[in-house]
Each structure stands twice: as C-alpha cells, then as structure tokens.
Design a binder for this molecule. Structure first.
Ligand code: NAP
Length: 328
C-alpha cells in the first residue's frame, strides 16, 4: 500500500501554489500535482492561465508589473522552499471517501499511480473556450493560424504585418488584441454586441492603437482556408447579413470553462455553470476533506489575487479540518 498523504493539491496556478505555501509552512507536507502540458486544442500548461499572460499589473507588490510565467515561477519557488513536493502528472480520476480521516481519498494519475490522501484541495482553474466551429477547431489543431492564446502564438512570423482578428469583448480580448497590434497590420475585435465588457483601462489601451478596429454586433460563423486561415465569414447579429473579412490569424478570447472533467461522477457538487459549488464562504465542498480554490470554484472574480486568497483559505480550512479529525 502506498503512503497516505495528509494533503494533495491538484493544480498549480496562484490558488494551488498559495495553498501549498500555507500548507507546507503548517507542516502538512503537501504534494502538488501540477499537470502535464498539453494542446487541447490550445495550450494547457502547469501554472495555468497566467502562463498565457504578458504583464500582470494589478497584483499588489509588483509596482512595475511582472510577467505571468515569472510570477508563477516565484510562487513555485516559495512553495518549494517550505518543502512542497511537486509532481508533473495529471490527476485523471478521483475516488472520494465518505470518511477520509479513516479511509483516505484515492486519486488516480495519468501515469497509473493511485495516490492516497486524507485531504484534497482542487485548484485546477479553467481552460479557454472555443466557438466550436468545425474549421476553427481544424485550423487550431493543425497550427493553421487559429489560436486561443495571442501571447503564446502572436509573435510567429506568419502573423507579422498581417490583418488579425480577436473574438470577444472582455479583458482577455483587449489584452490579446493590444499585444497583437505590435505585430499586425490591423487588429479587429469581433464582438457580438455593441458595447464591450472589458474594463475601461483595457479598452482604452487597445482603442488608442492606430491599427485597432472594432467590428460591433458580429459573430464568426465560419473560418476560411485549407492549410492556413485566409479569412472568416461574419454574421451581423442585428441584420443577419453575412460578410467576409480577410484575416491571417484568428484569436479566440471568449471566456473559460472550469477544469472539472476529472471530477465528474465523484459525488462532488457543481453549480449550474459547472464550477465547484462551495458550501459556505470558505473553501468547503459538499464532501468531507475536499476543498476547492481559485477559478475552478469562482465564476465571479477570476483574478490572480482572488485565486491566491482562496488558496490561502483552502490551506487553512484543510489544516483545521485535519486537526479536528486527529490527523497531525
Ligand atoms: P469574460 O469577461 O467572460 O468575457 C468573455 C467575452 O467573450 C465577452 O465579451 C462575451 O460577450 C464574449 N463571448 C462569450 N461567449 C461567446 C461566444 N460564444 N461568441 C462570441 N463571443 C462570446 O472573459 P475574459 O475576458 O476571459 O475575462 C475573465 C476574467 O479575467 C475577468 O474577470 C477579467 O476581468 C479577468 N482578466 C483580467 C485581465 C487583467 O486585468 N489584466 C486580463 C484578462 C482577464 P458578452 O460581453 O456579450 O457576454
């Protein structure tokens, strides 16, 4: 039989690493499963969404900003300093126990290991959404100029001095579009309504660029091109009129879905949008010894700082719960 861990943390974004820092300092010897990098069809990386972000300017303590990957490297170093064990594997299935202090939870890894733990913190975040068009997915998978991450792919030579488009009207769309204005001849925001959801500062940053354009009330209904994107077919959401827009790159920035597939059928409860349902104003779920933190359980704020705060709460909740069960 394998060792029983006090605490396993699944996920390595701000929530997972903050939980690890607190848990390691509380001598819970946490084990963090950081995940295996994959293309699904866009990049899913250990470190989460911040690995796909350029400058983080709103995380207190970094007056000059910091890049997302740099910030995640700092978080990991800090967690490791206090003895966190870091495992590069995915948890693909969970068997949660009804009485985990006596019969531990069992977590199955992609590499075929069964990991036993009294307490688990789920901090798997969320992954980028796609429109769901056949040609969008085909060209995303084949590297044909369709991507859900401008920061990862935007600087490729194929996009230099070309017309590019970003779908979405939120902060992510503004951030990606602003980044692309550095390379592109023109960057179109394609948005389904007549006003943007993004914060004013992010809107202004994009709109102040000379090669920025917004196409209002438009949705992409097809992506054109065999090996590489040559354009998109747009539909006006008001008039239903269709038109063609020539672009050589299409970046999808239409929000995220919580990464909970591996938790289906475990008895864990989710809300109507698929986020882990937290029972109280803490990280407690409906299952004993199972806690959740960060974007996987937060459809509202979804910020690095709030995810980190939730990670802290989850570690404190897990520590208290373990103590109350007599697991020290
Ligand atoms: P979001 O705020 O949910 O925005 C998603 C956008 O995509 C919305 O404009 C939405 O349109 C549009 N959309 C959704 N489904 C669509 C579909 N099927 N077809 C076309 N358009 C669709 O997501 P987000 O921009 O990823 O931001 C998520 C969170 O992260 C937010 O809290 C944001 O503030 C934060 N964030 C912050 C920063 C920063 O401060 N540096 C950067 C990035 C993200 P509607 O507006 O019509 O709903």
């Amino acid at each position: 039989m394998s060792e029983i861990h006090k605490l396993v943390i699944i996920g390595s974004g701000p929530a997972g690493w903050t939980a690890a820092i607190y848990a390691a300092r509380a001598q819970l010897q946490p084990k963090v499963y950081i995940g295996i990098p994959k293309q699904d069809p866009g990049p899913v990386l250990p470190g989460g969404q911040l690995m796909l972000t350029t400058e983080v300017e709103n995380y207190p303590g970094f007056p000059n900003g910091i890049t997302g990957p740099e910030m995640m490297a700092h978080f990991q170093q800090q967690a490791e300093r206090f003895g966190t064990q870091v495992i590069c594997d995915d948890i693909v299935r969970c068997e949660f126990s009804k009485d985990p202090a006596k019969v531990p939870h069992v977590l199955h890894t992609a590499s075929g290991e069964a990991v036993r733990a009294h307490a688990v913190i789920i901090a798997t975040g969320a992954v980028a959404n796609w429109i769901g068009l056949h040609n969008e997915m085909r060209l995303a998978r084949s590297g044909g100029g369709v991507s859900a991450c401008a920061v990862c792919d935007g600087a490729l030579p194929a996009f230099r001095n070309q017309p590019l488009a970003v779908v979405g009207g939120g902060d992510t769309a503004m951030e990606e579009a602003t980044y692309l204005t550095k390379f592109a001849s023109v960057v179109y925001i394609i948005h389904r309504r007549d006003s943007l959801r993004a914060s004013k500062i992010m809107q202004q940053r994009f709109l102040s660029r000379p090669n920025a354009k917004v196409l209002w009330n438009k949705v992409v209904v097809d992506v054109l091109g065999e090996k590489h994107i040559e354009g998109v077919t747009l539909e006006d959401t008001v008039t239903k009129e269709r038109s063609k827009l020539d672009v050589r790159g299409l970046f999808i920035a239409i929000g995220h879905t919580p990464a909970t597939k591996f938790l289906q059928g475990t008895g864990l409860e989710f809300n109507e949008k698929g986020y882990v349902d937290l029972k109280r104003r803490d990280s407690t779920t409906n299952l004993p010894g199972v806690f959740a933190a960060g974007d996987v359980a937060d459809e509202h704020y979804r910020q690095a700082i709030t995810a980190a705060g939730m990670g802290c709460q989850a570690a404190l909740d897990a520590e208290r719960w373990l103590g109350a069960q007599g697991v020290h």
